[in-house]
Design a protein around this ligand. Structure first.
Ligand SMILES: Nc1nc2c(ncn2[C@@H]2O[C@H](COP(=O)(O)OP(=O)(O)OP(=O)(O)O)[C@@H](O)[C@H]2O)c(=O)[nH]1
Ligand SMILES: [Zn+2]
Length: 207
């Protein structure tokens, strides 16, 4: 199969990244199976490289999507509503870019509309798009905020992520149950401590 040339506009400097073929990806999984001490030829593992590559297509589908595809249309018919819109508890699963191990968490996304609003589901879709890429929690927090800022141009944006990194609980330090909190505030939220406190209280992270 031909190598497909893909671009990852938000992850790199825009240089094209050549993808290996599916067969090469499956061979890499087979190598890892042998590396952990398995026999890739045994019955239960025969189809595993194929399944893993197929699962990766789904888990990392975010490289083939752009925020503009997801955010789509905006609405202005909101009867003059101009206070904060906050979508809480958006559950997400991503993978840390250091170990490619799952990170499981919740996102809370708030914005202060400037006339236009988004369909609420689009915010969860945006979180899902960035979750389907290799991530650090800090980068994912900033990416969600930047995309919302660019697309909607609201007066303010706040993005809060609270997540457990399985690379910390299943291996390495094996710290069970710790979670990591990240938050970024843009626009009018950036220097408004009262709004930041209000959002944190609303998402259950406030004092
Ligand atoms: N800042 C940040 N660090 C992360 C994230 N996910 C994983 N890490 C950390 O990335 C670091 C990688 O550290 P390294 O010393 O290069 O790798 P390592 O030897 O596997 O580290 P240990 O996990 O301590 O065994 C670890 O401290 C991880 O906990 C994240 O989203 N943000
Ligand atoms: Zn990790």
């Amino acid at each position: 199969m031909e190598a497909v040339v893909k671009k990852f506009p938000e992850k790199t400097d825009g240089a094209p990244v050549a993808r290996p073929s599916r067969a090469e990806a499956e061979a890499a999984v087979e190598t890892l199976l042998r590396w952990i001490g398995e026999d890739p030829a045994r019955e239960g593992l025969k189809e595993t490289p194929k399944r893993v590559v197929k699962a990766y297509e789904e888990l990392f589908a975010g490289y083939d999507e752009k925020p503009a595809d997801v955010l789509g249309r905006t609405f202005e018919e909101v009867a003059g509503y101009n206070d904060v819109v906050l979508v809480r508890d958006i559950k997400f699963h991503t993978h840390c870019e250091h170990h490619m191990v799952p990170v499981i968490g919740r996102a809370h996304v708030a914005y202060l509309p400037d006339g236009r609003v988004l369909g609420l589901s689009k915010i969860a879709r945006l979180v899902d798009l960035y979750a389907r890429r290799l991530q650090t929690q800090e980068a994912m927090t900033a990416q969600v905020a930047d995309a919302l800022d660019r697309t909607l141009k609201p007066r303010g944006v706040a993005v809060i992520l609270d997540a457990e990194h399985l690379c910390m609980s299943m291996r390495g330090i094996r710290s069970q149950g710790s979670s990591t909190f990240t938050a970024t505030y843009r626009g009018s939220f950036a220097d408004d401590a009262a709004q930041q406190d209000r959002i944190l209280r609303l998402v259950g992270c406030g004092g």
